[in-house]
Design a protein around this ligand. Structure first.
Ligand SMILES: C[S@@+](CC[C@H](N)C(=O)[O-])C[C@H]1O[C@@H](n2cnc3c(N)ncnc32)[C@H](O)[C@@H]1O
Length: 235
């Protein structure tokens, strides 16, 4: 789909028009880079990457904030095809699935749109089973916000092995011009390696002719999360 992925600079932020990624975020480049929270940076990235009619996956649905941010864009009908896209939201915890489903039902006013969001209780390592379904046509974004469910006692949290499996499976399905995006915390450690390092090391060796990998972090804040994003080069 190279034609759809050409750079279109809109709004106040303008990147040099030599790349391939659309910059559509109303926050602009400075808003994207300097947001107070990296979750806001991630959402600005979602806005820049996603178009109505795309498909997206949230590997860690949690309280549904990321799922909703994706759904608000992709479940709108595409102006050319008329099709709405889908969001697959996965979480291993029942409470998270319930919270995300409630957010979708309440905050997406259009019931047709809500029916395009599928919230499932499962480990994200099983993502391959869902990505093979025929409904997934244009996988444009896969996101994971690692750690534990905010507000919970914190005894269920993401683990490097299942996270890496989920990301490997997902990257295979992301279309050109699409992005995988992970928010990880340096202190979350199982064994010798933090989950952040596990993902960073995994993506370090992605072939540069096919992927651009970037790392965004607040360098003067200790223990702050880090945003890793892998962009599949459009052509
Ligand atoms: C930081 S929260 C996600 C926040 C969420 N994206 C939001 O917008 O509210 C991390 C979530 O990962 C979930 N989780 C932990 N291990 C998981 C696994 N193996 N598969 C899927 N979800 C998992 C937790 O249950 C928790 O809800």
């Amino acid at each position: 789909m190279p034609g759809r992925a050409r750079l279109q600079c809109r709004g106040r932020a303008r990147l040099p028009c030599r790349g391939r990624l659309r910059v559509r975020s109303s926050a602009g480049l400075a808003g994207l880079l300097f947001a107070r929270r990296l979750t806001h940076t991630a959402h600005a990235l979602f806005e820049a990457v996603l178009r109505p009619g795309d498909d997206a996956v949230d590997l860690t649905a949690g309280n549904g904030n990321d799922t909703l941010a994706m759904a608000r864009i992709v479940t709108r009908a595409n102006s050319q095809t008329g099709e709405r896209g889908h969001v697959l939201a996965m979480d291993i915890q029942r409470e998270a699935v319930a919270a995300t489903q409630a957010r979708v039902d309440e905050d997406l006013e259009d019931p047709d749109a809500a029916s395009h969001v599928h919230v499932v209780q499962t480990c994200h390592a099983n993502v391959r089973d869902y990505l093979r379904q025929p409904g997934v046509r244009h996988l444009r974004l896969v996101a994971a916000n690692l750690g534990y469910l905010p507000g919970s006692c914190g005894d269920v949290y993401t683990r490097a092995d299942s996270t890496i499996t989920a990301l490997r499976e997902s990257l295979e399905h992301i279309e050109r011009g699409g992005v995988a995006c992970v928010l990880a915390y340096p202190q979350a450690t199982q064994g010798d390696e933090s989950e952040l390092d596990a993902v960073a090391n995994e993506w370090l060796v992605l072939p540069a002719r096919e992927w651009h990998v970037v790392r965004v972090e607040h360098a003067n804040r200790t223990g702050a999360p880090v945003l890793l994003a892998a962009y599949r080069i459009a052509d």
